[in-house]
Structure formats: C-alpha cells, structure tokens
Design a protein around this ligand. Sequence first.
Ligand SMILES: [Fe+2]
Length: 314
Amino acid sequence: MTDPTPVIRVKDIAYVQFVAPDLEVMESFLLDFGLVRHERSENVLSMRGLDRSGPAHITRLGETACFDRVGFCADSKADLDALSATEDFADVRPIEGSSGGYVVSGRDPNGFAIDVIAERKPLAEIGELARPAPVSNSVEGRRRRGEPIRLVPSPSQVFRIGHCVLNVADFARSERWYKHHLGLVTSDQIDLAPNTPVGAFLRCDRGAEFVDHHTVFLLQGEEPGFNHAAFEVVNFDDLMSGHTHLQKAGHRHQWGIGRHILGSQIYDYWRDPYGNVLEHWTDGDLFNNETPPASVGLAELIGSQWGPTSGGPA
Ligand SMILES: [Fe+2]
C-alpha cells in the first residue's frame, strides 16, 4: 500500500558503497565493468558513469570486504532536514570530497546504512559516447544502407546506476520503512499466495514523470544482506560487448544474458573480486503514476522472457 504522507519522495538512487582491502583490485574490475574513475585517494575510490549525476560506486579501504551503504538523491536540502527530524536519521552534514552538497545518514530496520543526498554539483561531461548505437536493420525497416557495423572491442559504457536489491529480514516492516521515509511506491509485489507478499519492486514517485520500473527491490530472506546493484549501459550491443570484455578479462560471471519478466530489462550479472554482484542492464520499463501496482508470483520473479530460467539474483 502506498504511504499517503511520506517524509520525502526521493528522485533516484545515487550510489552504492562498499568496503574492500585493496582499492587497486576493485578499480581494475570496475574499469573492466565500464565505470570511469571520478576520484581516488589513499582511502576512497569513487567511480562514475557517463551521466553527470555524480559518483555511482564508492569503495572505502578497510580490512574486511563488505557492502557498506546505499545512497539516494533528494530534491533539496529541505528534504534532508525533514529526514533528520525523524528518529532513524542523524544530522545533515556536507558531503566529503569534491562533489559538494549535503548528506543525511540513517539506518533501515535491517541495519542497512542509508544515505540521502542533495545539491551535489553536476560532474563535467565525459564526452560523446565512444560507441553510439548503430542504426539497426530489421524486417520492419532496412535503414542502415552501405554502412557495415564495426564495433570496437571494449568494456561496456555504464551510463548510470539504476537500482539496488536488498535481502531483508522482515519484508512488511522494511517495505513500510522505505515507503514512509523515501516515498517509494510499488510496481510489482511478489506474492507466494494471495496477500502473502515476500518482496516488492519499488520505484520513485515522481508523479507523471516516467521513472525506472524499480529503484529498490526488497526480498524476504533468512537474514539481511546485499543482493546486487545494477548499472544501465548504452544499448544491447554495448551490453554484449561488455560481456565479451569481462569474460576475456577472466571475471566471474553470475547470471545471464536474458530479458527479465518484471521490469523487462535485458540483464547480465557479474561478481566483483570480493563477491559482490553487479548487473549491467539495458532497455528497462518506465512507469509513472498512471501505472497501477501489480501482484505476481515467484515464477515471474525468477523467470526470463528469454535466456536462462534460473541461476542468479532477481
Ligand atoms: Fe537487478
């Protein structure tokens, strides 16, 4: 059920943050994954996509590798003040590093650290896409004439972060928390039986504006844990080229390539050197406030429209 009076309505996911014992090892994987270095100090590695919104993947140096937190974007510092006034969030403070802006940090009912940021400076343009989408020929239209496709072997070009999936200890309580504090709304609820929810794909509520099918997916698990984070790449060719690059570089493949049922994305899942699962995706659904929530079963969650039918996270 939608919370009619949420504290704020976030506008997107901002970043995922991890702890790792070797930033060099992490950066080497992330470059192969298709992210670009934003900043690196002795203790922090910040990576970005092609879009200008800011660092999308952050790693702090630490002895034990783990998932650290997820960050969301709010409209204004006033939103951060509103969260700070609730008992689950601390004081608003300036963001460390060169990106400017403010952050408020809190904890969800599972103990996950949650950042909400605002007024971060837009990053400089990286430049034109190195691999613009070639015009496609199909039986519906033979538009590419006299021009062969010649893709340059390279990593995917990650554009932006799109969602984070969390395994939670108490789905109903967790869902209430995210809807109340961040204003998320349901796209698809996973029901084991009628009115027996075990998970939900939640999107940002931006009214009539179309947004990703999900920004957060909460899934009932035996214990809380990071499931995966997903990054949008330029197009299908870009996803496939990135797959070949990661494979040649010897990285660990997790699941794919296929097309999800819920959200419709073409997906490809990989593990970083510390076992965290990161997804490439392209061609996902966009919903707005005209799209009613749906109730679906487990088969739709784990199934694919094409590609493998099982083997990885949702
Ligand atoms: Fe995903």
